[in-house]
Ligand binder design. Structure first.
Ligand code: PRP
Length: 181
């Protein structure tokens, strides 16, 4: 398959992301300031940059854990199946948990993960997503905290890929195809 040529236009700068993370952490402190230890759970792979910056901005005792999920759709079905490829290493029963995600699109991934983790009886369970595309939602899901609401554009950078590329861009960019198609 030949790759379509594209350019990346900056949508959210690294500076704007850092400033928003500071604000979000102030809100998280209000909710979790009394915690013994907050478990921040990153959903691989897209959240790896966000969780690194978020965890370092949190002035709380923090444990870090990861899950990897894969969602795939059948073109004939509107619902999507979410599979757990890697589960948490630790137990979360009675613990304070914050699930960290790069983007909420249809909502299936976080909706599924939150239901699964809720069934393990954590003390407090919240989610945070850097980006939200509300116009794409297929399930009734709302993240506890959102960094930025964005339009339905193809975005990359700050952990988010296009065919596994561009995850290492320090900003969020939108992909613009430059071929005549
Ligand atoms: C992306 C993103 C979210 C999910 C959001 O993951 O990182 O996990 O899709 O989509 P949804 O709201 O429609 O469920 P992807 O499957 O591309 O894997 P990745 O994190 O490894 O890039």
């Amino acid at each position: 398959m030949t790759e379509r040529p594209y350019v990346i236009d900056e949508m959210i700068s690294a500076k704007a992301i850092a400033a928003r993370i500071e604000e979000l952490c102030r809100d998280i402190h209000k909710e979790y300031g009394d915690t013994d230890k907050l478990i921040v759970v990153g959903l691989l792979r897209g959240s790896f940059v966000f969780i690194a910056d978020l965890a370092r901005e949190l002035d709380l005792p923090v444990e870090v854990d990861f899950m990897e999920v894969s969602s795939y759709g059948d073109a004939m079905e509107s619902s999507r199946e979410v599979r757990i490829l890697k589960d948490l290493r630790g137990q979360i029963e009675g613990r304070d948990v914050l699930v960290v995600e790069d983007i909420v699109d249809t909502g299936h991934t976080l909706n599924h993960v939150m239901a699964l983790l809720r069934s393990r009886n954590p003390h407090r369970l919240r989610s945070i997503a850097l980006l939200d595309k509300p116009t794409r939602r297929e399930v009734d899901f709302k993240s506890s905290w959102i960094g930025f609401e964005i339009p339905d554009e193809f975005v990359v950078g700050y952990g988010i890929d296009f065919a596994q590329r561009n995850r290492n861009l320090p900003f969020i960019g939108s992909v613009r195809f430059t071929d005549p198609d």
